[in-house]
Design a protein around this ligand. Structure first.
Ligand SMILES: *[C@@H]1O[C@H](CO)[C@@H](O)[C@H](O)[C@H]1NC(C)=O
Ligand SMILES: *[C@@H]1O[C@H](CO)[C@@H](O)[C@H](O)[C@H]1NC(C)=O
Length: 88
């Protein structure tokens, strides 16, 4: 009797944990929270935001919106620059 109850309880707890993990995974995908980047390039020597915008045909507004925390005066080689995605 006690063993059956224990097993049932354990199963119940397992299901609750699975549901909680599932729920947090789903809500963790958060829609509309900041920009989404779908493609990045590494900055090359001498790259500027303007050069990258020209290369990938992006408007400065769009580039800024998908790279919200980028400081264009302090690019470093290999820095990930977002070139495709959904801006704010
Ligand atoms: C950039 O956009 C212009 C105007 O829409 C177009 O004529 C040109 O072919 C594009 N260049 C590239 C590399 O996509
Ligand atoms: C960007 O970087 C430059 C050089 O490090 C710095 O002087 C400037 O304050 C930075 N700007 C922002 C907005 O962080």
């Amino acid at each position: 009797m006690a063993r059956i109850d224990g097993a049932a309880f354990a199963t119940f707890i397992l299901m609750v944990i699975v549901l909680m993990v599932d729920g947090s995974t789903t809500s963790g995908l958060g829609i509309g929270l900041g920009p989404v980047c779908t493609q990045v390039v590494g900055a090359k020597d001498g790259d500027t935001c303007f050069a990258v915008e020209q290369t990938f045909n992006l408007t400065s507004d769009f580039f800024t919106s998908i790279n919200p925390n980028l400081n264009c005066t302090a690019l470093f080689i290999g820095q990930w620059l977002c070139i495709s995605g959904i801006g704010n």
